[in-house]
Design a protein around this ligand. Sequence first.
Ligand code: WQD
Length: 335
Amino acid sequence: MSILLTGGAGYIGSHTAIELLENNDLVVIDDFSNSKPEVLDAIKEITNKEVKFYEGDYSDKGFLEKVFNENEIDAVINFAGFKAVGESVKEPLKYYDNNIGGCIHLLEVMQKHNVKKFIFSSSATVYGKPDVVPITEESKVGGTTNPYGTTKLFIERILEDLYKSDNTWDICILRYFNPVGSHPSGLIGEDPNGIPNNLMPYIVRVAAGQLEQLTVFGNDYNTHDGTGVRDYIHVVDLAKGHVKALEKLNKEDSGLFIYNLGTGTGYSVLDMINAFEKATNKKVNYVIGPRREGDIDECYSDPTKANNELNWKAELTIEDMCRDSWNYIEKKNSK
Ligand code: WQD
């Protein structure tokens, strides 16, 4: 039996593949729209194991049929999807078609092949601007501030309706907070195309001299130092959360489970800059600029439910996240 990872060559997918390969055979599909083929070589080098790879569009039902006909799939983890907040505002139809339409096609092919264990890569963005922090899974969802976040919200609703229609499905929704960092080997990590939207890849490029300075988007938020507070989680901890989620689905005959994957600790932008400089001994030049539209003051998790029900807890520190992010880019730039 195999686990199918859609978008498995991507940032979260590749780190999860490494953790899953210890005890599972994997089938990975990716169209390299936001990833690179050499990631597959890195996975092999790190684990000394091969994944069965298919290049293609996860939303193409004919392509999916081929994958399901050629493999005994036991469970599916859906990482595939566009994820740039700013781009989603400019091109909503592209996001709704690919993220929602693609996921529906995937679920339809799964249903046809009677494969009903499904883990969905969701996001804390479904909480919108939280009334209260820390955020629990019972916190209100909705009020998403961009189409990317809305695709996550809509897919969660689709999964709830699917489970109501057929309770033999076994579904786990994982709400990621802010994934950062890279595998300690430095062979895989986060390196978005073009100018990074997210904080950590931007900081890394400034430290490497590839970008002049970081603009801190506002210092007048209702937080301890006025800059935005987020729950940054090391991508390896996040990947291990998926292993535990799969174990949960293998233990349960069926169900629909929702978990926050976060550390439970919020750090501000200035906290992150200071942690990065301390961990890497590199300077991060920055200026304070205006707020970025759609940003919220604070967002951090209460991970108690995942700690208890998945027997999972984030262990890596903000310094680990900074050190591993820098290590990856140093290795990449030295090639
Ligand atoms: C973090 C903090 C910014 C860049 C989004 C999505 C989430 C997930 C991660 C996809 C904020 C500040 C950032 C910069 C800055 N999605 N910042 N200068 O917006 O919390 O979450 O990305 O993977 O679902 O919603 O992450 O890293 O963009 O911002 O000051 O150049 O850093 O204002 O406070 P965000 P982020």
